[in-house]
Design a protein around this ligand. Structure first.
Ligand SMILES: NC(=O)c1ccc[n+]([C@@H]2O[C@H](COP(=O)([O-])OP(=O)(O)OC[C@H]3O[C@@H](n4cnc5c(N)ncnc54)[C@H](OP(=O)(O)O)[C@@H]3O)[C@@H](O)[C@H]2O)c1
Length: 302
């Protein structure tokens, strides 16, 4: 999402392509080979600059896993943004993504957000057609709850493989949901109960967007709990011979769902700071994992 220049213009230039190339190279150097896109990122320019790098780098496409998303229509003029998961729209959006990415196949397509008007049978027909034509290999969803995933899955002859949700040491409601059971605070949680468990039981890999909490524990902390957590993160990083960014990502990866963090930085140095999350097993004890959670939570468990 960080690639392709600013959000408000349609044009990109050579510097944007070079920046994308530097980010991709930094990721590959760290053993990161999966790249997360969406048709809307930077109004298509994120895919476009990525496609330019693919076109000028022989062999790169075969070395990577390319994921993109469709289903959001951005605001345009007076018209606010809406969601659109009609089958015909999915087919058209995928075609456009292929053109921008300069490739003939997408490895994973995620449905970006649930569209209340969408018909699961219509969606399933579009996904099945994309699969049969070899245009998309696997499918998943994003920002969906267990019931929505199960409902779509009933119409598909192949498994949904991923659900991308906002999850981080800052965005913890997916964990709170599990421990506030039978407490008055449960109703205020807001996270769709049972979604993590559904994904674990059905082989739907959880992917965490916002995994670095936009820097809230690695340089941009504001509240006392954020500052205390940042100190703890730094201390653990030093003790383990790694970076604070890695500790944040390990905290997600250490969960039994082996949550896959999606790193949103476009800066090579910050991408490199995530290296050990790709190359080392999460090195956090049971107690250290809870220390991180409870410090960020700023309150004891029920
Ligand atoms: N499925 C969805 O609905 C959805 C929604 C949003 C995002 N996503 C995906 O998830 C990815 C990650 O999401 P995200 O970008 O929100 O999360 P993130 O990885 O937590 O945050 C990355 C952003 O935070 C900045 N940042 C990180 N550490 C910083 C620090 N110490 N000081 C200052 N700035 C810092 C980065 O700036 P620099 O670039 O300068 O490093 C970048 O702008 C996106 O790229 C996208 O692929 C998906």
């Amino acid at each position: 999402m960080a690639l392709g220049g600013d959000w408000d213009t349609d044009a990109y230039g050579p510097a944007d392509i070079d920046a994308a190339e530097a980010a991709i190279e930094a990721a590959l150097d760290c053993g990161i080979d999966t790249f997360d896109h969406a048709d809307i990122y930077r109004r298509g320019k994120a895919e476009a600059v990525f496609g330019e790098v693919l076109a000028r780098t022989p062999g790169l496409r075969e070395r990577i896993v390319l994921q993109t998303k469709c289903g959001i229509r951005l605001a345009a003029g007076e018209r606010p943004g809406i969601y659109d998961l009609r089958g015909a729209t999915i087919l058209r959006r995928v075609e456009e993504s292929l053109e921008r990415l300069r490739t003939d196949a997408i490895d994973v397509l995620l449905l970006h957000r649930p569209d209340p008007l969408a018909d699961p049978e219509d969606i399933a027909a579009a996904l099945t057609s994309l699969r049969e034509q070899g245009i998309v290999r696997r499918f998943g969803v994003s920002n969906m709850n267990a019931a929505q995933i199960a409902r779509l899955q009933r119409h598909l002859a192949f498994p949904l493989v991923a659900n991308q949700l906002e999850m981080s040491l800052d965005r913890r409601d997916w964990l709170e949901d599990g421990v506030l059971v039978n407490t008055p605070a449960a109703a205020a949680g807001g996270f769709p109960s049972g979604t993590v468990e559904y994904c674990l039981d059905h082989g739907v890999r959880l992917q965490a967007w916002g995994a670095l909490a936009q820097g809230r524990f690695t340089g941009r902390q504001e509240s006392p709990a954020e500052r205390a957590t940042a100190r703890l993160v730094r201390g653990l990083a030093e003790a383990k011979g790694t970076t604070p960014e890695t500790v944040l990502l390990w905290w997600l990866q250490r969960h039994p769902a082996r949550i896959a963090p999606v790193v949103g930085s476009g800066r090579p140095e910050r991408i490199r700071a995530c290296r050990d999350a790709a190359l080392r097993e999460p090195d956090l004890t049971h107690e250290e994992w809870y220390d991180l959670w409870l410090t960020a939570r700023g309150a004891p468990l029920p």
